[in-house]
Design a binder for this molecule. Structure first.
Ligand SMILES: Cc1ncc(COP(=O)(O)O)c(C=O)c1O
Length: 437
């Protein structure tokens, strides 16, 4: 590990030298924000870059460096930073009145687009974030079933208070969760049956995101559907990220119809948004025209900018046809990365599906989080820092999110940078994987 730490120290020293303005801005922010930060995932050592501008799929930092942005706002940045149609839609929203405190055409139109798009969503309600959407979905399951127990998966992320990195998290809301291992079909089925008639819902990401962008095996997802149906619990698909996979999200791709679907991230064209939806029968509980309906609140649920941008984003730009083309194009890139890694015998894999990718240090695809070795985790900061110094921004944990304004030359640059990284550090990677296990 000493060799790895030494290389990291050298890279970070270069980074500090190249980024005096970001360094100073980070220091100054420490006075009023703990660690200069208001979103933990955006922190990395020694300090994160401060961005001053975004154009298309590129970002420019305070010191004037330009990057290809594969952080892609952790998938919310699907439309990039300056789409003229989205900007015009936001302007229209603002023109119409900023806080009208009444229904508008925008949310009605966006709801129509979403319900046409996702097979399991007949009706939808909006909220402010993916986290909120998941809290609403869990609460809906509790109300509908009269039960209180939930099943989720190790290393799943469903929001700031609903996350399971390495197990239960003390910051979580006090829902009663039991955890199973992702893609372990037998164990998940056994747990569902053992919780049985106390199970309110299983919540699952059809691609396990923060846990390593691990696609759910179709058999695993179908089994969750079958077993929850048999025990009377609900199945919640958290498609906050994965709704971008193809025209109808992962539910469309694998042919599983969950009881509830949660959405967010890119749905508002990059503006704050969340949504949860399901069958008419379930969602009618929120119908305020009915007696004893459930009160769903939220001042900004129908914020005009998010709703107006969402209409254009989902209705005009990311149409089902465009979503299919984007999936094919981005999956072609992912497959080509794996070909290039194996031709060079590099212990690297582009895990994931389509525009949701994570680089893992391994020669085999990752199917479960237990496949991710300590060595793989230890190498992530090296990959992150070296790509950054090469003009390619990726998430600290090795995620790449592709965006619509990217073109073939952006992808070529990323591929070249990854191969350069692999060749430059081949021995160090092999050694770290062997030493750390
Ligand atoms: C799968 C998944 N669900 C829910 C969330 C929470 O969304 P938000 O950050 O909008 O609250 C995220 C955010 O990263 C996510 O990846």
């Amino acid at each position: 590990m000493e060799a790895l730490n030494q290389v990291l120290r050298e890279l970070r020293a270069r980074y500090v030298e190249l980024n005096p303005n970001s360094h100073a801005a980070d220091r100054a922010a420490e006075n009023h924000l703990p660690g200069g930060n208001t979103r933990t995932v955006l922190h990395y050592d020694p300090f994160p870059l401060t961005m001053q501008a975004g154009v298309g799929a590129e970002l420019i930092d305070l010191d004037g460096h330009r990057y290809v942005d594969f952080v892609g706002e952790y998938s919310a940045g699907l439309f990039g930073h300056s789409d003229p149609q989205i900007k015009a839609a936001v302007d229209r929203g603002l023109e119409s009145g900023i806080v009208m405190g009444a229904p508008t055409d925008y949310e009605r139109q966006l709801a129509g687009v979403i319900c046409q798009r996702f097979p399991a969503v007949d009706q939808v309600r909006f909220c402010n974030s993916g986290t909120e959407a998941n809290v609403w979905a869990l609460t809906t399951a509790r109300m509908l079933t009269g039960r209180t127990k939930f099943i989720a998966f190790h290393d799943a992320y469903h929001g700031g208070f609903l996350k399971f990195p390495g197990g239960h998290c003390k910051l979580n809301l006090p829902f009663d969760f039991q955890l199973a291992e992702y893609n372990d079909t037998e164990a998940a089925e056994a747990l569902i049956r053992s919780v049985g008639d106390q199970l309110a819902a299983v919540i699952v990401e059809p691609i396990l995101g923060a846990g390593g962008n691990i696609p759910g095996d179709p058999e695993f997802l179908h089994t969750l559907r079958q077993a929850t149906r048999e025990t009377g619990g609900l199945l919640i698909f958290d498609e906050v990220k994965t709704a971008r996979i193809g025209p109808a999200g992962m539910q469309g791709l694998v042919g599983v119809k969950p009881d509830l679907t949660t959405l967010g991230k890119f749905l508002g064209g990059g503006l704050p948004i969340g949504a949860f939806g399901g069958s008419q029968e379930v969602m009618q509980h929120f119908n305020p025209k009915h007696e004893n309906s459930w009160n769903h609140a939220g001042t900004f649920n129908n914020d005009v900018c998010s709703m107006s941008a969402g209409c254009v984003a989902m209705g005009e730009i990311f149409t089902p046809e465009r979503a299919q083309e984007f999936l094919d194009w981005s999956e072609g890139f992912r497959v080509s990365l794996n070909q290039a890694f194996s031709e060079r015998a590099l212990p690297m894999r582009a895990n994931g599906l389509g525009s949701i990718i994570a680089i893992h240090f391994s020669r085999a695809p990752t199917r479960r989080t237990s496949d991710i070795t300590a060595g793989c985790r230890a190498l992530r900061p090296l990959l992150h820092m070296e790509l950054l110094l090469d003009g390619i921004l990726v998430c600290g944990r090795g995620d790449f999110f592709l965006s619509l304004p990217m073109n073939d030359s952006h992808l070529e640059r990323a591929k070249d940078a990854l191969l350069r990284f692999g060749e430059n550090h081949r021995d160090l990677i092999e050694h770290t994987l062997e030493a750390a296990g």
